[in-house]
Write a protein that binds this ligand. Structure first.
Ligand code: GRG
Length: 296
C-alpha cells in the first residue's frame, strides 16, 4: 500500500469518525440507553470501506465533501444496523464484532433490535434533511437507490437467502446472487452515491456501477477467504464461523486457492471498469487493491 494512500485513508477515517459523532444522537439525550447503544455500535471501529468508496467516487466527480459526508454516513449507518442485527441470536448469534462484545451482549437483545431500526431510520432522515446535490430529482433517486440496496431486493434479501442456505449446497450462480445482494448492493450504492454528490455523467455512473458490482463481490469473496484463513484476533470477529455453521461460501464451493483466484479476477474486472478514467479515479483503484489485499 502506498504511503500516500495510507495517509488519505487515515485522514478520511478520522474525519469521518467526527462526522458520525456529530450526526448520531448524543448519549445523554433520552432515551439515553438506546442512544448510547447506537453510538457503541457505530463509533470506534470498522474499516469504513463503504464511506471510503463514497469519498473516492466523490473525488472523481468533484463533489463537495460536506455532501459526501452525509451520503457516506447514510451508507455506514445502514451497514452498522445490518451488523447489529446479523449478530443477534436469531441470525448469526455472535458475541464479537469489531473487537468488542456485540451490541446485544453489551446491552440486550431488545436494545439491539431497536438500535438497528433506529440506525436505519436515521440513515434516511439524513438523506432527506441535507442537500446532497443540486438537482432535487437526483437527490430523490439517491434516496431510492439506498432504499433498494438495503431492502428485500438488496442487502436484506441477500441475508434472507443466506439464512435459508445454511447446510445447503448452492451452485456458483446461486452463491453469486446471494452475495451480490447481501454484501455487494450496499458497496455499489456507496460508490454511486458518492459520485452522484458531484457531477458524474450518466456514462461515468454506468462505469462506476460496473466497478461497484465487481468490487462488491470481490469484497465478499475475500471475506470468505479471510473467514477460513485468518484468526479471530486479526479479524476482530469470530473466525471460521462459515465452516462451523455449514454456510455455502466461495471457499466451501471452490476451495481456498480458487476462491483467491476469483477475487483476483474480480479485482481485474473492477480496474478494467475504471479504464476510461484518468488519475481522478486513482483512489478508487487503490481502494480496489485494498479490498482484495486486506488481511482483516
Ligand atoms: C441483518 C438485514 C441484515 C443484513 C445483514 C451485512 C450483513 C447482512 C451481514 C454481516 C455478516 C457478514 C460477515 C457479511 C459479509 C461481509 C460483510 C458485510 C462483512 C463486514 O463488513 P466489513 O468487513 O466490516 O466492512 P467493518 O467492521 O470493517 O465495517
Amino acid at each position: 500500500m502506498r504511503a500516500d494512500f495510507s495517509a488519505w485513508m487515515a485522514s478520511h477515517q478520522s474525519g469521518f469518525e467526527d462526522v458520525l459523532r456529530n450526526l448520531l444522537p448524543q448519549g445523554d439525550i433520552a432515551p439515553e440507553r438506546l442512544h448510547q447503544a447506537m453510538r457503541y455500535s457505530v463509533l470506534d471501529g470498522g474499516k469504513r470501506v463503504r464511506p471510503l468508496l463514497a469519498f473516492a467516487a466523490g473525488e472523481l466527480s468533484s463533489a463537495d465533501v460536506a455532501r459526501v459526508n452525509i451520503a457516506a454516513a447514510a451508507v455506514e449507518l445502514i451497514h452498522a444496523y445490518s451488523l447489529v442485527h446479523d449478530d443477534m441470536p436469531c441470525m448469526d448469534d455472535d458475541v464479537l464484532r469489531r473487537g468488542k462484545p456485540t451490541c446485544h451482549v453489551q446491552y440486550d437483545e431488545a436494545t439491539a433490535l431497536l438500535v438497528g431500526d433506529s440506525l436505519q431510520s436515521l440513515s434516511f432522515q439524513l438523506l432527506s434533511e441535507h442537500r446532497l446535490c443540486d438537482d432535487p430529482a437526483t437527490q430523490l433517486a439517491m434516496i431510492r437507490l439506498l432504499a433498494e440496496a438495503s431492502g428485500s431486493r438488496g442487502m436484506a434479501g441477500g441475508q434472507a437467502i443466506d439464512l435459508m442456505s445454511v447446510g445447503k449446497q448452492l451452485t456458483l450462480p446461486e452463491l453469486e446472487f446471494m452475495h451480490i445482494h447481501k454484501t455487494g448492493a450496499l458497496i455499489r450504492a456507496a460508490v454511486l452515491l458518492g459520485a452522484q454528490c458531484g457531477n458524474a455523467s450518466a456514462d461515468q455512473l454506468q462505469r462506476l456501477d460496473r466497478f461497484g458490482k465487481c468490487v462488491g463481490l470481490a469484497f465478499q469473496v475475500v471475506d470468505d477467504v479471510l473467514d477460513a484463513s485468518e484468526d479471530t484476533a486479526t479479524l476482530g470477529k469470530t473466525a471460521g464461523k462459515d465452516a462451523e455453521f455449514g454456510k455455502p461460501t466461495y471457499v466451501s464451493l471452490l476451495g481456498l486457492q480458487e476462491a483467491r483466484k476469483m477475487a483476483e479476477s474480480l479485482h481485474r474486472d473492477a480496474l478494467e471498469a475504471l479504464s476510461g478514467f484518468g488519475p481522478e479515479a486513482g483512489r478508487l483503484r487503490e481502494l480496489a487493491d485494498f479490498i482484495v489485499l486486506r488481511k482483516f
